[in-house]
Design a protein around this ligand. Structure first.
Ligand code: ZN
Ligand code: ZN
Length: 268
């Protein structure tokens, strides 16, 4: 008898970076899909030349991969009219389901905070023009993130705080704006008590799960290269923290992801 697997979906993975780490993407994906993964949102960040094609390519090949594209806050300093035009074309060409990841990262400050804020706001406006939800990255920047999300009316666009790694204040503000919270391998780390608390009380219909591959490999594979199939460990931990039935929780997360990104059915 074949056992029915929960319908896992990875709402945030950098598939091009897996290739850069020396993995054979086709093998990784086949293994993941064979083992119950039902879908991946592939996040295409601009490469150093301001191009998105490498990140978008996997979604062209697979029925169960959808793409999003955007200029990451780390690279915000490259954002200009040319990159904006390339991004716009890439989003349309790829039939992208979201704009992102975009946001603020004051932990690393690889780009100046001012440049980060400008690129963030400009891309929110592009998302509005293209009628796309946004994938938001925020680290050590909760206050500025909240004020930009509110000031720019992100409530009307919808979207997700990806790799949620903060606490109750940001979670409540985001939920009030109708956004989703996406949890990553961080929830499996014993010291992440603030995030685990949010997992426990967040409304079930606003929860997504992700790997952020190749980063943040969850327990029991912490420290290794992360791959989309490992979203099962994140989803299992979320279900355990909430005392939820795994099949029911995974099914709700799948429906949430589909609703958040208005996932179209793909022919191939
Ligand atoms: Zn991120
Ligand atoms: Zn990411």
């Amino acid at each position: 008898m074949q056992t029915i697997k929960p319908p896992y979906i990875d709402s945030h993975a950098h598939l091009d970076m897996l290739t850069h780490r020396g993995l054979q993407l086709e093998e990784v994906l086949k293994d993941a899909f064979d083992n119950g993964l039902e879908g991946i949102i592939a996040i295409a960040c601009a490469d150093k030349n301001g191009q998105f094609e490498q990140g978008i390519a996997p979604a062209r090949m697979h029925r169960r991969i959808w793409s999003a594209a955007g200029v990451h806050p780390h690279a915000a300093s490259i954002y200009n009219d040319t990159v904006a035009a390339t991004l716009r074309t890439a989003l349309i060409d790829a039939n992208a389901v979201a704009l992102g990841e975009i946001g603020l990262d004051y932990h690393y400050n690889y780009s100046e905070p001012k440049a980060q804020r400008q690129a963030f706001i400009a891309q929110i406006n592009l998302a509005r023009e293209l009628n796309l939800p946004v994938v938001i990255h925020t680290r050590n920047a909760d206050d500025d993130t909240i004020s930009i999300l509110k000031g720019e009316g992100v409530q009307e666009l919808g979207g997700v705080i990806h790799c949620f790694s903060s606490g109750e204040t940001l979670a409540r503000e985001a939920l009030d704006m109708g956004l989703y919270l996406s949890f990553s391998g961080i929830v499996t780390f014993p010291k992440s008590t603030d995030v685990q608390d949010v997992v426990r009380w967040a409304p079930e219909n606003r929860i997504l799960c992700e790997t952020d591959s190749p980063f943040l490999s969850p327990a029991p594979h912490r420290g290794k290269i992360n791959i989309p199939g490992q979203v099962q460990f994140v989803t299992q931990k979320v279900a355990a923290l909430r005392n939820s039935d795994l099949m029911a929780l995974a099914t709700t997360v799948w429906e949430n992801t589909r609703r958040c990104f208005k996932l179209p059915v793909k022919e191939k």
